[in-house]
Design a protein around this ligand. Structure first.
Ligand code: 13P
Ligand code: SF4
Length: 324
């Protein structure tokens, strides 16, 4: 039976964290956590990062057991890149609306309409979709991946249409875009940014390319409507780097609100404001400390990928890691 975190005091949370650390050591496990995880889970992780960094960290893991605090496609990616290791996901319901927006069957039908096209899949896809792809990418390296493809090749980009539109605009390449979106980022609209642009004249704007506002932001920039504001379209890992390196004191952050914990922790003298405070991923939030403990103790729930799918998906993922 897994305890409910809301009802726990801070000393109970600390006790649970100690237990997790005890079991982690006892099992020789590695705990990986995405930047959107709740703070108490981030605190027990060996490594916290964006999807690209987590994939790379899983590939070089020495531990035989990996507890993945993130969503299902990320745990699958870890299982594909670290064959022979066991990858556990503390809650199998931690899915992703974006990954669900295209199936392998739909992709096969799309490919038939464009014979010879290169397929670039965002890492937020199922293993079956990755197996049908030539390249994977994340928001950190999508531009580099597209630039690595010869100019005369037709490209199918999936499933995030906002990331695709952003990459097309930066690279000047014509991409066929799948009309998928992440329901969390899609709700961060241009109106959210417009209001904050006026209210916070000195702030820097950090925007995730999955956001519904990212294309209009590029348009605003081209039109000169952003004035003196500095706007950066970045992955969550890129936002953390920018916040560390920038001399600005205030930042408007357009992504899932879980990132604000790490931004504030690493930059105590700077102020971070969520562009849309309701941008909360219900899938990422399914992972809780009691579930992490349960997962370690009982060695559940293992995420497995059938070997033939894994073999084909690994090619596309290795290309993604080569273009880091
Ligand atoms: P990154 O961590 O790669 O920026 O991706 C964000 C995301 O939405 C993952 O689901
Ligand atoms: Fe998927 Fe969006 Fe949640 Fe990321 S934030 S895991 S893309 S639903």
């Amino acid at each position: 039976m897994v305890a409910k975190l809301d009802s726990l005091s801070s000393s109970e949370i600390r006790a649970l964290q100690e237990e997790v650390l005890h079991w982690k050591q006892k099992k020789g496990a590695l705990i990986l956590a995405h930047n959107y995880q709740v703070p108490e889970v981030q605190e027990v992780a060996d490594f916290v990062g964006d999807s690209l960094a987590l994939a790379a960290r899983a590939r070089e893991a020495e531990a035989d057991l990996i507890v993945f605090c993130g969503v299902h496609f990320m745990a699958e990616t870890a299982a594909i890149l670290a064959p022979g290791k066991r990858v556990l996901l503390p809650d199998l319901e931690a899915g992703c609306s974006l990954a669900e927006s295209i199936t392998a069957e739909e992709l096969r039908a799309w490919k038939q309409q464009h014979p010879g096209a290169v397929v670039v899949s965002y890492v937020n896809t199922t293993a079956e979709v990755k197996a049908e792809s030539d390249y994977c990418c994340t928001s950190s390296n999508a531009v580099r991946v597209i630039q690595a493809i010869p100019e005369d090749r037709e490209i199918l980009f999936l499933p995030d249409m906002y990331l695709g539109a952003y990459v097309a605009s930066v690279t000047g390449r014509k991409l066929h875009l799948w009309p998928g979106e992440c329901h969390v980022h899609a709700q961060i609209r241009p109106e959210d940014l417009r209001a904050l642009l006026d209210q916070k004249p000195g702030a820097e704007f950090l925007i995730h390319p999955e956001c519904g506002c990212s294309s209009s932001c590029l348009y605003f920039a081209q039109e000169g409507a952003l004035g003196e504001h500095k706007v950066h379209i970045l992955s969550t890992g890129g936002m953390l780097r920018r916040a560390r390196e920038s001399t600005a004191r205030e930042f408007v952050v357009a992504t899932e609100v879980g990132l604000l914990y790490r931004l504030a922790k690493e930059n105590p003298s700077k102020v971070f404001v969520a562009a849309q405070p309701e941008a909360l991923c219900p899938y990422m939030k399914r992972i809780s400390l009691p579930k992490v403990l349960h997962s370690l103790q009982q060695e559940v729930h293992e995420v497995r990928v059938p070997p033939e799918i894994a073999r084909r998906a690994r090619r596309a993922l290795e290309r993604m890691l080569e273009l880091r």
